[in-house]
Design a protein around this ligand. Structure first.
Ligand SMILES: [Zn+2]
Length: 133
């Protein structure tokens, strides 16, 4: 489990609260610190939540600047793409299949990998609209 790779399509079929998430959190220990978790929120209607919605996210993932390869400069000039930081933000599309009956406030944690960034831990919070639309 700790070393499994997640593809862009992630099926989540467990409740967000309780032991499963705690177990995942423990599995993350020893890698990076919690502040490196990328937080996102998705909003679904109550009807969508009942049916097990599939949501599409575009996650801002920090990775190595492709222009300078992370050096922050090209030749002797500071890299203009990343302003010399060597890092760049990528938009990483993710398709997330939520379990039917997902509750408002449910939080899902998973890890995505991309060629630019390596593994990134993501925490997605689900907001269920109270209106019956
Ligand atoms: Zn750069």
């Amino acid at each position: 489990m700790p070393h499994s790779c997640f593809a862009d399509e992630i099926a989540i079929d467990f409740p967000a609260v309780g032991r499963v998430v705690d177990g995942m959190r423990h599995a993350f220990l020893g890698e990076a610190e919690d502040r490196d978790v990328l937080a996102a929120e998705v909003s679904v209607s109550r009807r969508e939540a009942a049916g097990g919605p599939v949501v599409h996210l575009s996650l801002p993932v920090r990775g190595v600047c492709l222009t300078c390869g992370g050096r922050g400069e090209s030749w002797t000039e500071p890299c203009t793409e990343c302003a010399g930081t060597g890092a760049s933000l990528f938009s990483h599309p993710v398709r997330l299949a939520l379990p039917a009956g997902v509750a408002d406030g449910a939080t899902f944690r998973f890890r995505l990998t991309s060629p630019q960034t390596g593994p990134v831990r993501v925490e997605v919070r689900v907001a269920v609209q109270s209106t019956l639309v």
